[in-house]
Design a protein around this ligand. Structure first.
Ligand code: PAF
Length: 296
């Protein structure tokens, strides 16, 4: 595994690979890696000839009062995980490498950035879209891998890739969970023992709603209610919404298309997000092909 810190060094390393027709996979991260990131890197290593992982805590996607200064970091552990999971090149840019003096051009996502997390984190998806577009231009991957846990992020990025004709295949990898159901997240490190226990309600509720959906429940309000019942022990619910999985618009009545049940909660001062995707069968949607909503 090669470790590079500048765009010039990264490009110099990747150019011969690209010239040889090698397929380049890319996993953008903010570090403090866990098995969820490991799953993305493994998928890339399995499908591509070379895998680039970036670790960059992007200041432009944090709002005032958010955890930019305290965002957890452990570069040694991250490097080991990258090595073990099949990373070819680890890219570790400084802030000035990505945002040199005078930087002023941004990618402005549209309506998809407004609901769910967008309501509570103004500017967040603008920051994400901008840095991901820049990283795509820097790495020029054939395929990029993102985790389903950040569901809205994956929808915003897929839209950006289409809208800006970026030649990147976006693959969304299912959320990796602890044995108790809690979705892996770098921010889980903020949870003390009590908060960690209470955080289980989030995944339990979402997974209970998914189980009800899989068993035939189709009423949006009932599915939301099932999830809400498990959230009694979290400190507050920022949102819990059932939305169209592509348009992110709220769904009411009977769910007749692929939906996402998404939530953000606070537990012990930490904001956690999670989601489940609810996909009606091809028979219900009138389609006779199997859909793969996770890939574009
Ligand atoms: O999901 C993340 O870790 C970040 O939002 C990303 C995609 C690396 C952009 O900074």
């Amino acid at each position: 595994m090669r470790v590079v810190r500048t765009i010039a060094d990264l490009r110099a390393l990747l150019r011969p690979l690209r010239d040889e027709g090698k397929r380049i996979g890319f996993v953008p991260t903010m570090g403090f890696l866990h098995d969820g990131h490991g799953a993305l890197i493994r998928q890339s290593a399995a499908r591509c000839d070379a895998t680039v992982v970036s670790i960059f805590v992007n200041p432009n996607q944090f709002g005032p009062g958010e955890d930019l200064a305290s965002y957890p970091r452990d570069l040694e552990r991250d490097q080991n995980l990258c090595l073990e999971t099949g990373t070819t090149v680890l890219f570790l840019p400084e802030v000035a490498e990505i945002y040199p003096t005078g930087f002023q051009t941004h990618v402005e996502p549209g309506r998809l950035a407004e609901p769910l997390c967008g309501q509570f984190r103004p500017g967040h998806f603008r920051g994400v879209a901008t840095v991901v577009a820049k990283l795509f231009n820097i790495v020029q991957p054939d395929v990029a891998f993102f985790g389903q846990k950040d569901f809205q992020q994956t929808v915003v990025i897929r839209r950006m890739v289409r809208d800006l004709n970026l030649p990147v295949d976006v693959v969304v990898v299912p959320t990796i969970r602890e044995t108790d159901g809690v979705a892996l997240s770098s921010r889980n490190t903020y949870l003390d023992e009590d908060a960690r226990k209470r955080a289980q309600g989030l995944s339990h509720g979402l997974l209970a709603a998914k189980a009800a959906f899989d068993a035939g429940e189709r009423q949006a309000a009932k599915l939301v209610e099932i999830a809400r019942r498990s959230l009694a022990d979290v400190d507050s619910i920022q949102y819990l919404e059932l939305v169209d999985a592509q348009a992110l618009e709220p769904l009411a009545g009977a769910v007749d298309r692929t939906a996402a049940l998404c939530a953000a909660v606070f537990v012990g001062g930490t904001r956690l997000i999670d989601n489940v995707v609810l996909a009606p069968s091809a028979v219900e949607t009138g389609l006779n092909v199997s859909l793969s909503p996770q890939r574009v």
